[in-house]
Design a protein around this ligand. Structure first.
Ligand code: ASP
Length: 623
């Protein structure tokens, strides 16, 4: 037997037992005739004591109560121990001893005991690893090195704990849905191209020259077909693939909890997911949920108050809108922005009035990437007047000379600012003003320490617009996907006022991350056809891409809806990880490269020929 116990399970009550452990050498401390090995496996660490004294007594008396068991091969064990290095894989047999008083290690679960080695065998030697594995040092190690040696990175406690948490979360989710009569169904990975907003990964067919499968961006159509098949409650922990330009924290493949239900309305799906998230939080986190039931914001409310459809509600600092107040301002930046159809909104920086010009310039730089040309600022340096209002005399601001008393007082009131606060304003089109301020709000939250890291602030965002205008393509596109239903009352304006149509869609947000989204679907063929027409698809395109869906809807489709949740995001949030790469076993780099396997890689010409494919240009693979 290679092991009788794990390295994490022995306790004082096991003292006297003869055991065999196998694992990696986390650390070796050599005291001459006495060598300590910290032996590690995925369950923990046990201290192994190897001594040249057959009784197990160290030469210096440091460990006086250690007595050897039946070990009479101590000298051999000691000789082997002296060859052992970090990350060697070894097998140890010996007896469990309580550590002498004062030698316990409260940091280790096994810290009350040690194993006095009688036999030690090297199962596998190890080269010096490219970074330190014991403990959590190594975070400063270049991520490219960590990804190339991912199997070593995964030995380190933090990543190992993240994957364990991921396992626990997925297991919890599975059990939750099994218990509620959901059927777990696997859907194909080799699928047909599905337009869901991103580019498909395509797979050439050898048997059908010139034809391609596509990897699923999500199992959206399959789960709807399962509803038509009568399965009623489906879920899957589904792998999804999207060939997107990878932004900071995206991966080309990721995992979703995907589910679909028949005979439900939005409220039913939301209630079930809310129940799941509440119980999951209790199961895997000590952090309290900020507010129950989860607050529900409309999309318009979220944009208005937070400038974003996934607000971080762990802190307040709502945005305020002063477009009307400054419509006719003498301050040209405001007036011109409003005249051009823009908006003027702001956010308060608590106790920011005394920020230096340099700090304020930093904030201005901060909003520039979002397209904002600048930030107007007003510091409440003085006291309010007797009437409780601020006049231009009590404000510090480069724009104050352009504002009327009414405008400056109105701005202060709208912002809710108090003495010592700073007001920051952006005047631009909504697509610039909102994201600039949404991100500025987060930055202020972080700088002013307003975010409580120990809170879980869930919320729902509902009533999304169904469509958005794509000015480059000069047509309307689906915000969610083309199967999402309009609200019943909005179907009548689909053709005339597409911008005003609201969707039966819902997103669930945690601490400013969108962790899931779904909708009630269209289940009637004629409405689905109208939707495709609204999206500008020709009859031929509809037929080629979605003919099977329209046909299926003609054989009795139940009303249905569902949701998908990003497993990596959920795990990353509960693990307090900075990136979804920290909760994936083998992630790719930001440019979609697998540094361990060196994928993507060229393939043999024969392989290409078999696939009826010719490569036009070959680029060196870059990271
Ligand atoms: N398939 C959708 C997505 O991946 C989710 C859904 O509508 O259920 O975003």
């Amino acid at each position: 037997m290679l092991k009788t116990h794990t390295c994490g399970e022995l306790r004082a009550s096991d003292a006297g037992k003869e055991v065999t452990l196998s694992g990696w050498v986390n650390r070796r401390r050599d005291h001459g005739g006495l060598i300590f090995l910290d032996l590690r496996d995925r369950s923990g660490i046990t201290q192994i004591t190897v001594s040249d004294d057959p009784e197990g007594n160290p030469p210096n008396g440091a460990n006086p109560s250690s007595t050897s068991s039946n070990g009479n091969n101590c000298a051999g064990a000691l000789a082997t121990a002296s060859q052992v290095r970090s990350e060697f894989v070894v097998q140890v047999s010996g007896s469990v001893q309580k550590r002498p008083k004062g030698f316990e290690n409260p940091e280790l679960e096994t810290g009350e005991i040690e194993v006095i080695a009688s036999e030690l065998q090297i199962l596998s030697e190890a080269r010096t690893p490219p970074f330190v594995i014991s403990g959590n040092q190594g975070d400063e190690v270049d991520e490219a090195v960590r990804l190339k040696y991912r199997y070593l990175d995964l030995r380190r406690p933090r990543l190992a704990a993240n994957l364990r948490l991921r396992h626990d979360i997925v297991r919890f989710i599975r059990n939750f849905f099994y218990d509620r009569d959901f059927l777990e169904v696997e859907t194909p990975i080799l699928l047909k191209s599905t337009p869901e907003g991103a580019r498909d990964f395509v797979v050439p067919s050898r048997i059908h020259p010139g034809r391609f499968y596509a990897l699923p961006q999500s199992p959206q159509q399959m789960k709807q077909l399962l509803m038509i098949a009568g399965f009623e409650r489906y879920f899957q922990i589904a792998r999804c693939f999207r060939d997107e330009d990878l932004r900071a924290d995206r991966q080309p493949e990721f995992t979703q909890l995907d589910l679909e239900m028949s005979f439900v309305e939005a409220a039913d799906v939301m209630a079930l997911i809310e129940e799941m998230l509440i119980s999951l939080s209790a199961e895997v986190s000590d952090k309290p949920i900020q507010k129950l039931p989860f607050p529900v914001l409309t999309y318009d409310e979220a944009m208005d108050k937070y400038g974003i459809d996934r607000p971080d509600l762990r802190f307040g600092l709502q945005l305020f809108d002063v477009t009307e107040l400054v419509r006719n301002s003498r301050f040209g930046v405001f007036k011109n922005a409003v005249a051009a159809g823009g908006i003027v909104k702001g956010v308060r920086y608590p106790q920011g009035a005394q920020l230096s010009r340099k700090d304020i310039d930093d904030l201005i730089e901060y909003v520039k990437p979002y397209g904002a040309k600048g930030l107007a600022w007003i510091g409440l340096t003085g006291d309010a007047g007797d009437n409780g209002q601020y006049s231009t005399d009590n404000l510090r601001s480069p724009i104050i000379k352009f504002l009327s008393e009414e405008e400056s007082a109105g701005l202060v009131t709208a912002s809710g600012a108090e003495k010592g606060d700073l007001i920051l304003l952006v005047a631009d089109e909504p697509d610039v003003t909102n994201p600039a301020l949404a991100n500025l709000r987060l930055e202020i939250g972080a700088r002013a320490n307003l975010v409580d890291p120990n809170l879980l602030a869930f919320c729902w965002v509902v009533d999304f617009p169904l469509l958005e205008y794509d000015s480059q393509e000069d047509r309307w596109g689906a915000i969610h996907h083309p199967f999402t239903s309009a609200r019943d009352e909005d179907w009548s304006i689909l053709e005339e006022r597409p911008a005003d149509v609201r969707a039966k869609a819902y997103d669930v947000v945690l601490n400013g991350w969108e962790i899931g989204g779904g909708s009630i679907r269209i289940h009637r063929s004629n409405l689905q056809m109208r939707m495709f027409q609204r999206l500008g698809l020709s009859e031929k395109e509809v037929d080629e891409q979605f003919g099977h869906m329209l046909e299926a809807f003609q054989y009795g489709a139940p009303p249905h809806g569902g949701i998908a949740m990003g497993i990596e995001r959920v795990v990353a949030l509960f693990a307090d990880a900075q990136s979804i790469r920290e909760v994936m076993a083998f992630p790719k780099t930001a440019t979609g490269t697998d540094l361990l396997l060196e994928a993507p890689s060229p393939v043999e010409d024969d392989q290409l020929a078999e696939l009826h494919i010719a490569v036009r240009e070959r680029n060196p693979v870059s990271n």
